[in-house]
Write a protein that binds this ligand. Structure first.
Ligand code: ATP
Length: 244
């Protein structure tokens, strides 16, 4: 079995000192794999990703119990920039690209922790995955939803992460684009060896590319298993796969 890259151990997360959102959540992500985190709206999926990336602090959220281990070291408590330097990069829900910058400038933002000379060759590598971004020379705000999602993933790659936390990459995209984005996600995982923790509403799509999955409800994991086990589970079929 692959070795564990990320482990989230029994974390409790509170917003504004009062609202308890994660209630003892644990999960692990093996190196080199794609793991899906599924659940209904408000279950706490985005909060889980932000607890890992350190972005929780910006929203007055706090880990009040438990810890997060990455590559054998504790990362909970570090600042978001330090966590990026350790090798974790979050692609936020809603993409968060900078509308009045070009694609290239947005990609450069992903490399903010780097000082090496390979940044421009890495931009070319991102363009190999997303050739359309190279053609779009105007401001990123004019990109289509799918192109913005690709840019957000490309920007994450610029940090040369070991682990990408991906929050709802399918959101707002047409079925055709969803397929395209997921196929690139798989390719990035396979070719670059980047481990991916994938939060998705589109459970069917997520389980089709993940090797393992977790289902959360009200701030806790309620079920986990291989993607195949989950896809064949009667409850999962009924509640998350639309009975299909
Ligand atoms: P969605 O798919 O709707 O984003 P989710 O599973 O990702 O759902 P979260 O966004 O993590 O869920 O939200 C979980 C709970 O935490 C919700 O009840 C939400 O209202 C609350 N919450 C999220 N962000 C904050 C915040 N900054 N301050 C207070 N409460 C928050």
């Amino acid at each position: 079995a692959a070795k564990t890259l990320l482990s989230v151990n029994n974390i409790e997360v509170v917003y504004n000192d009062v609202i308890l959102v994660l209630r003892g959540l644990s999960l692990t992500v093996p190196e080199g794999e794609i793991v899906a985190l599924l659940g209904a709206n408000g279950a706490g999926k985005s909060t889980t990703l932000k607890a890992i990336s350190g972005l929780l602090k910006a929203e007055d959220g706090e880990i009040t119990r438990g810890d997060v281990q990455f590559a054998g070291e504790t990362v909970s408590g570090l600042d978001p920039g330090q966590i990026v330097r350790r090798g974790i990069f979050q692609v936020m829900e809603g993409r968060r690209i900078v509308a009045d910058m070009t694609c290239r400038e947005n990609l450069m933002l992903g490399a903010f922790t780097r000082k090496d000379r390979e940044i421009s060759s890495d931009i070319d590598r991102v363009y190999q995955y997303f050739p359309r971004l190279k053609e779009r020379t105007g401001l990123a705000g004019y990109l289509s939803g799918g192109e913005q999602q690709m840019l957000a993933i490309g920007r994450a790659l610029m940090a040369r992460p070991k682990l990408i936390l991906m929050d709802e990459p399918s959101m707002g995209l047409s079925p055709l684009l969803v397929k395209e984005v997921f196929s690139i996600v798989r390719q990035i995982n396979r070719e670059l060896g980047v481990t991916i923790l994938l939060v998705e509403q589109n459970a069917r799509m997520a389980l089709s590319c993940a090797s393992y999955g977790y289902i959360m409800e009200q701030g806790k994991i309620v079920l986990d298993g291989t993607a195949e086990e989950l896809a064949n589970n009667e409850d999962v079929k009924e509640f998350y796969l639309g009975g299909g």
